[in-house]
Design a protein around this ligand. Sequence first.
Ligand code: NAI
Ligand code: 13P
Length: 316
Amino acid sequence: MSIAVLGGGAFGTALAVALGRKRAVTLWARDVTGLHDTRQSPRLPGVTLPDAVTVTGDLNEAASRDTLLLSVPMQQLSTLLDRIATPLDGHALVACCKGIDLAEGVGPSALIARHQPGAVPAVLTGPSFAGDIARGLPTALTLACGDEPRGRALQEQLSTPVLRLYRSDDMIGAELGGALKNVIAIACGACIGAGLGDSARAALMTRGFAEMMRLSARLGARPETLTGLSGLGDLTLTCTSDGSRNYRFGLALGRGEDFDPSVTVEGAATARAAARLSTELDLPLPVCSVVADLSQGRLTVRQAMDTLLSRPLKDE
Ligand SMILES: NC(=O)C1=CN([C@@H]2O[C@H](COP(=O)(O)OP(=O)(O)OC[C@H]3O[C@@H](n4cnc5c(N)ncnc54)[C@H](O)[C@@H]3O)[C@@H](O)[C@H]2O)C=CC1
Ligand SMILES: O=C(CO)COP(=O)(O)O
């Protein structure tokens, strides 16, 4: 079973490095100039691709592999899938991106099913910084696939001695955990950046997690998926480490500083998608909604905090 990683940013490169330590891997990137010359991605400086990784700029050639790891930002997934000219019937398409598509209001597994109805969609997600994976540090992730035999095969194929995959058949829960934790991480970064304290951050993480559970349950996920690596696990990492870009974006908002717009911050678009779902489903998601406004400059951190604190008192 052959493997290609589609996307030469930090995460795609890290996955290619980790898998390239045990087997042949193809890495496709939109711009391969640097990757060909230096065997390094500008998004993951200092990490060199092993010899077992073949770099290509030919998307349809890379897409002929049996397993495709889709590692572009979520809002670019549809564009990437559009560019693949051939039907990928029977291929496993593993979403490694975290978010909700703003245009369609759905996660990556539904986008894959719409673009490639004959493929087997799967989701790889959980607490993992690209740099940690590339350095070979121990990491545990969730591999979710609705087709049990294919899920087992993917678990075997994509695990390494230090990258431990737990299997699930709940793709909706796995992808919503990874998507929504980024939104809560922006809120936590803003809280710390504005000097509101660790107690407030703990409250945001807990109430944010309640929103993750509420929206996921409404969209058909199982609660135990959200309490696993893809939900609580990744929430913990991303809300407490300035290794996270979402958290750092929040820190900058809280401090009133500029943030480099070229950095991938998945939680900003996902907050907007979640706020829309909140309205459509008549489901309160107050933290997601203030993050949507905050990240579009419609609220200050002080106003966001006042909005959350002035809500009517209620049962936990
Ligand atoms: N960096 C990390 O630690 C982790 C990232 N992820 C997820 O992986 C996904 C990708 O993130 P990163 O690799 O970190 O982002 P990145 O910003 O490092 O790289 C994104 C890459 O995608 C490429 N790209 C953008 N639009 C494209 C398109 N239409 N077609 C082809 N390539 C395109 C860019 O050229 C860039 O190389 C995100 O959803 C992120 O949440 C998941 C786990 C860890
Ligand atoms: O998803 C991640 C860790 O699991 C990476 O987080 P950031 O996208 O916030 O850097």
